[in-house]
Design a protein around this ligand. Structure first.
Ligand code: ZN
Length: 377
């Protein structure tokens, strides 16, 4: 495809951010006249990048303005997520809606997952949608160096090459799942209007990211946001990362098992969900463990708030479950750790709105971002 003028790319990005916006709204967002907007939309429709929907209701004077949406034969991006227990891949259209999704469970062998079943699924979606597919974004459950190599200590994976999922792709980005969930939350979730947002995702361990005015803070090698390895946990506990006292070991399923005197679960996410369900059903011992993990989460959040000065903290994965199950314990521990000047107006700590779809949504957003850049060249 030929390069598009900047304002055509901006129009695509505007429709992606707010599918269904009207041509008139888009012309205002872009700061171009209605004549210019008509010309840009005409070209994008001709190139099957956008579709015009029915006229928007209401509106007042003049001709009714029409809504702008994804073209039914328009561009798609693939977004894949690898968790400790499963994989999934979806084809996502402009505006963020998935049009197809495949999922399965895995037993933890990187060759089987990264080079086997997930690649087969990616290839299948590429075959189905052909040249409509513009790239692939992958969310992994660990550190992803140079947007490519996954180290997942919980799975025992080191340097797994995620680019092998689609050799030679025009756009292939890979990142940590919690980082991508943070991006999703800032694009389409609770943190859309935040000046500085901290997102924390508890899965098997704890990850997250800082989003500063809509931009991810990624670090020099793309590995920023490993908040779960701040030494805010019990120094007697060794973390799979090799350090002692990591905060993540105080808030996840392994923490709940330790608090309950049970062996380390092979499936810590599923296990944590079961303990939280037992607590909700009235099991006081389970509730005590859940409260302690929630307090450990709140204490660490206070540390991050003191250090980073966010105006919002969002919690995903088991973090949201702990907040829902033991809000008083989490809040009390957080307040106890906050500097006094923050007590009057502490930043809200809320559940992520994109929720479990965060890593997938963020992976797709990363690919769209890169595709806008390619279109401008
Ligand atoms: Zn660690």
């Amino acid at each position: 495809m030929s390069a598009l003028p900047d304002r055509a790319v901006a129009m695509l990005a505007a429709v992606h951010t707010r599918p269904g916006l009207t041509r008139a709204e888009a012309s205002r967002v872009l700061g171009i006249g209605t004549g210019g907007a008509t010309e840009v939309v005409g070209r994008l429709v001709d190139e099957r990048l956008l579709a015009e929907g029915p006229a928007a209701p209401g509106g007042g004077r003049g001709r009714p303005t029409r809504t702008l949406t994804a073209h039914p034969d328009g561009p798609l991006v693939l977004a894949a997520v690898i968790t400790h227990e499963s994989w999934q891949v979806a084809a996502v259209e402009l505006g963020g809606a998935p049009v197809a999704a495949l999922t399965g469970r895995h037993a933890g062998d990187p060759a089987d997952v990264a080079l086997g079943r997930l690649r087969t699924a990616v290839t299948g979606l590429r075959d189905r949608y052909g040249s409509r597919v513009r790239g692939l974004g992958v969310a992994g459950p660990g550190i992803v160096l140079d947007q490519r190599y996954l180290d997942a200590t919980g799975l025992g994976w080191t340097g797994v090459d995620l680019w092998s999922l689609w050799p030679g792709a025009d756009v292939l980005v890979a990142d940590n799942d919690a980082t991508l969930a943070a991006l999703a939350e800032s694009r389409r979730g609770a943190a859309v209007d935040a000046r500085l947002a901290v997102h924390l995702r508890v899965d098997a361990g704890l990850g997250g990211a800082v989003v500063d005015a809509g931009r991810l803070v990624v670090g020099a090698r793309g590995a920023a946001g490993e908040f779960g390895h701040l030494p805010m946990g019990d120094p007697a506990v060794r973390c799979p990362c090799g350090a002692r006292g990591c905060w993540g070991t105080a808030v996840d399923g392994t923490a709940l098992a330790r608090l309950l005197g049970e062996p380390e679960p092979s499936d810590p996410v599923t296990y944590a969900g079961q303990v939280i369900a037992h607590a909700a059903a009235g099991d006081e011992i389970a509730a005590g463990a859940v409260g302690a993990a929630a307090a450990a989460l709140g204490r660490g959040i206070a540390g991050l708030v003191n250090a980073l000065d966010p105006d919002l903290v969002t919690l995903g994965g088991l973090g949201a479950d702990l907040l829902a199950a033991a809000p008083a314990e989490l809040d009390a521990a957080c307040r106890a750790g906050l500097m006094r000047f923050r007590h009057a107006t502490p930043p809200p700590v809320v559940a992520a709105r994109v929720g479990e779809a965060g890593p997938l949504t963020g992976a797709a957003e990363r690919v769209w971002d890169r595709w806008w850049e390619l279109l401008r060249r």
